[in-house]
Design a protein around this ligand. Sequence first.
Ligand code: C2E
Ligand code: MG
Ligand code: MG
Length: 726
Amino acid sequence: MKPGSQKNEKAGTKAAKSLEYYKTKCEMYESWLRAIDEHARFDVWFKDADSRYQFVNKFFERSIGRDRKDLINKSPKEVFGGDRAGRIIAMDNKVKSEGRLERCVPCDDAGFLEMHEEVRFAVNDPRGSPVGLGCFAFETTEKSMTEEALSQAQKMAELGNWRWSVRDNCLISCSEQFATLLGVNLTEAFSLMQDRLKRLIHPDDVKKVEQLQSRLTDPDFGSYELEYRIVLNNGQERFVREIAEPMLGNSGQPVEYAGTLQDITRQKRIELELLQSREELECRIEQRTADLAHLANTDALTGLPNRRFFGEEISRRFAENSGTGLAVVLIDLDGFKYVNDNYGHSVGDVLLQTVAQRLSDNSGEDVLVARLGGDEFGLAFQTSANEGSQTAIDLCEFLHHALKAPIDIGALALHIDCSFGISILEGEDNRLEEGLKYADIALYRAKDSPNSIVVFEARMAEELAFNKQLEADLHKALDAGELRVAYQPQYSTDGQNLIGVEALTRWIHPQYGHISPVVFIKIAEDCGMIDQLGAFVLDQACQDIGALMDDLDRNIRLSVNISTRQFHDGKLAEKISAVLERRNFDPRLLELEITETVFAKNMKELGEQLKAIRFLGVCIALDDFGTGYSSLSYLRQFEVDRIKLDREFIMDIAWCVYDQRILHGIIRLAQSLQITTIAEGVEDAQQRDILMEYGCDEIQGFFYSRPLFIEQLREQFQEQGLKKTA
Ligand code: C2E
Ligand code: MG
Ligand code: MG
């Protein structure tokens, strides 16, 4: 073998070996490439120096939705065309010149947000000369979307997450939102958390966070939830809620805590506002309840305690001071209704307010003053058993005086009178109900008596009970025929002429016998029976006297007593007219006896009513003249035909010069007014003679005749005639 050929042979063998080596290598690289083609879950491509695709893996095929035969040896222009191809070529050139390019690529060609992380790199031959470029691209859309969504959710919930190492006592990791919540960036969050007790936690909450931290190593501590405040660098305060769970190591010790931190400032503010509004509401309710309690106990018009409070307060004072006395005073205004009816309710209201003020101003501090309703007021005060009634009387007199002073309301100067009923409750048997009842009985008395201050006495209760019994019986008496009419004749003073008779009602009670009309007329007035009773008397008297006149064939004047209450409904004239018509009784022979209380009551339209009665032809006599106010102005104002001089004057006329003078004066005055006079209760000739001397026109009294029932009267007239001789 020639050395040359040997050398050649050697070279050939070497070349063959080298070829074999490269072939093997190539096959291996090809296998790797195939594996990349087959298994890589990311895009792989290589391009030549002209940016034509030379290799694309299957994943890339799928990624861009093209077959590799449409890609290999194709330029970007051929694959993508237009602007995109231009951008790709520019980028490829950049890679070639810079060697490598890493980037995140959002691709929105399909209208979806997609993300790639790409590495583009220049590919050189073994000598370092550029031969093309390649690319590995990972689709990160899913991951980034999850992270994005989580971060978005955390942002919305104002919630950040974190992990804390128990062993190293430091923050291991945290989300961006966690840092934002602390008002710092991610890097600062770690150092801030390291020193959080000093730099982050609100001073007032440090203790509770510290306590929590000290328990984190406790294996039994478990998961926790804690709310506290943090103070940001800018001074802003935030409420946060920390929720965490331990991650246990092999030994069961907590090694880490993973949890969340949520900004609950807004929620806390709302809670705080709610709490404040609740507190405010509670406060308002409390205030309102107090107002209502005050209203429930106070009289709105006068501002005085009301009846309810008065009762409760008296009971309370009893309970506190059992054994001592308590004075209860009831006060009632006279004529208040008149003020209300004539001047209107606004004037009435001012009047009540003034009275309330005067009562308060003139009673001592320890006296409870209340308005009990309408025109009724009440007083209550502690008193000693012995001096109780005198102290109460003194106070009432003082108040009476104070209330009597004129009350100026606009141009009006009102004079008001009032009555006082006092009851003194002593010792153990103090009972509120009784106290009020007794004071009421005394008040009732006071209103009827000239004395406007009356202290309750036991007999008053008995009388009241008796009157109640009579009241019940009176209702039945009328139907049972127990009520009858008696007639007392009235003569000319010299007794020579029978002029008339006065009808006087009699009640013979089956159990109690004769009951005075003074008693039962009052009961009838109080219980509302007086109209019925008055109608019965008028009707019966017209019938009786009408028949008597027919028998005697002469006129007899019939006087009938009319109670002031009978004027109240304003229909008295009509009722009288109806009776006169029914009994065919001459109106000119009827005389109504009214008392001065009619005027004192200031009855509305009284003048019109009297006028209407007089218009019928009926006369008016003023009964019991001289006992009441006896204002002579009434005589002119209301055109009275006759005055009846009360028995009180006549009784002592024989010896009492004072009475004589008054009587003489009244008769002369009446004569000057052309009003006739009749003296009541004349019992003897001496009285008759004086009256005759003074020029009194007529006489009615036992001296000439007692009241008689109609049959007795007829008998008397028949036996004795119609004259009386001294
Ligand atoms: P009055 O209208 O002033 O009647 C006169 C009273 O004096 C009568 O009393 C009569 O019996 C009494 N009387 C007459 N003469 C004498 C006398 O010489 N001496 C004494 N001691 N008394 C004499 P009576 O009948 O008890 O009536 C009392 C009052 O009752 C009457 O006073 C009158 O206001 C009232 N009254 C009687 N009947 C009626 C009635 O039908 N209707 C009304 N509204 N009141 C009546
Ligand atoms: Mg009379
Ligand atoms: Mg009289």
